[in-house]
Ligand binder design. Sequence first.
Ligand code: SF4
Length: 172
Amino acid sequence: MKNLLLKGLMHRPLTEAAPTDPGLETLGESLRNETRRALGRSLALRMVDAGSCNACELEIQATGNPYYDMDRFGLHFVASPRHADVLLVTGPVTRNMAIALSRTYESMPNPKWVVAAGDCAVDGGCFAGSYAVLGGVHKVLPVDVNIPGCPPTPEDLIKGLLTLMARAGTRR
Ligand code: SF4
């Protein structure tokens, strides 16, 4: 026990070092600036899992961890679609989730956008052709941005949202 305690005191914590990549800061700052230009405030996302394997969710969750910490750039997830600007959808849209997905979209106030995150959400991915799925978010909702990848990385997700906000800002 004593050795274990000493080991814990002597060794550095087994955590990932803070990011030194300036690209991540630049990306976050660009997202914050474009969002302010488009909306005049931070960006609220409602996420819906429409039948994913959950790997896409893990990457989406990572955007809020201490490494990426995208909350500091005004990106946050909300519990209700009534408070959301963006509907972020993962999964190939199972038949069982189609109505729930449509109702979530209908509950959102305007202006609103839809982002399909991951290959499954884009076109069904590895589940395409299954009798149980519709084969992508575009089969149910108007998709504004597709973010491919299986799963997409947090950087991919942030870049996709940046593209969306840049487009939204120019249409104001
Ligand atoms: S895109 Fe890949 S990681 Fe995402 S839900 Fe589909 S199979 Fe899973």
